[in-house]
Design a protein around this ligand. Structure first.
Ligand code: NAP
Length: 241
């Protein structure tokens, strides 16, 4: 028997970073709710540690409202693929994150940790020109900027994590954290990103701040504006009385 305290929603849980967020939340004292658009992913998400699975599309405000019901905190790893189809309409990084933030605000969620990207806003110079051109054409950078802005304006505590290029390599546990825009550039394993997202939930000094992150082995060029974050580890479940 274990005692659970609070509920955390993982938006984008079926994605490559989202599944690693579920791993990082394993044995945490939270009920873990996974959000996916794919009803066929339910069993896999439960096997991956989700206590609850909600099927919904964040581009639909009603689905966003349903996903956040009775939720205390949110980790979002949602993101559209930068393919041509995304040019034609709203994408989750913008309209979807806005719906998520608005629903979270209305529902009294206390904390939201958002995955954005190096290249957004004042970190734009951190992206190679060729990548920036593709993401700009697909509307991804402006959409992510819109999502970031909505979260900063919202009355809940937030942390915005802007990773460099994602890889599927194992976690390095050696993450360089920059703050203030053009700080670090390079790559980082998704597993490191997932650990940073989850630790941010429990590290109050990260509240209402925006960080750029890369792994030390993935660092490109000279880092600037590095900050030393004293990460709190994820608390584990307590035995029931
Ligand atoms: N790729 C890179 O190099 C890179 C670099 C920096 C930052 N990032 C960002 O890092 C994050 C994680 O990237 P990733 O490659 O691990 O992600 P991923 O595997 O592509 O997963 C993204 C997830 O977003 C969900 N999603 C998309 N549209 C949605 C919608 N309308 N409603 C609800 N969920 C939706 C999808 O969930 P379902 O399939 O379950 O619907 C998908 O599982 C993203 O925000 C990405 O933009 C990526």
């Amino acid at each position: 028997m274990t005692r659970k305290r609070g509920r955390v929603l993982v938006a984008g849980a079926a994605g490559r970073t989202g599944r690693l967020v579920l791993d990082a939340l394993a044995d945490s004292p939270f009920v873990v709710r996974a959000l996916t658009r794919d009803s066929d992913a339910k069993d896999a998400l439960r096997a991956n540690g989700a206590d609850e699975v909600v099927v919904g599309d964040l581009l639909d405000p009603d689905d966003a409202r349903e996903a956040v019901l009775e939720v205390d905190a949110i980790v979002s790893t949602v993101g559209a693929s930068a393919s041509l189809e995304t040019i034609r309409g709203d994408i989750v990084d913008g309209a979807g994150v806005v719906n998520l933030v608005d629903a979270a605000t209305a529902s009294g969620v206390q904390r939201l940790v958002l995955t954005s990207s190096i290249g957004v806003g004042d970190s734009k110079d951190g992206l190679p020109l060729s990548v920036r051109a593709i993401l700009t054409a697909a509307g991804v950078l402006s959409a992510k900027q819109r999502g970031e802005d909505r979260l900063r304006e919202a009355p809940l505590d937030h942390t915005i994590i802007r990773p460099g290029a994602l890889t599927d390599a194992p976690a390095t546990d050696d993450v360089l954290v920059g703050e203030g825009g053009d700080s670090v550039r390079g790559s980082i394993p998704r597993a490191d990103v997932a650990n940073v997202l989850v630790k941010s939930l429990f590290t109050t000094s990260t509240e209402n701040r925006t960080f750029e992150i890369v792994s030390r082995p993935g660092l490109r060029g000279r880092p600037d504006r590095l900050v030393d974050v004293h990460w709190h580890s994820v608390p584990r479940v307590e035995p029931a009385d």
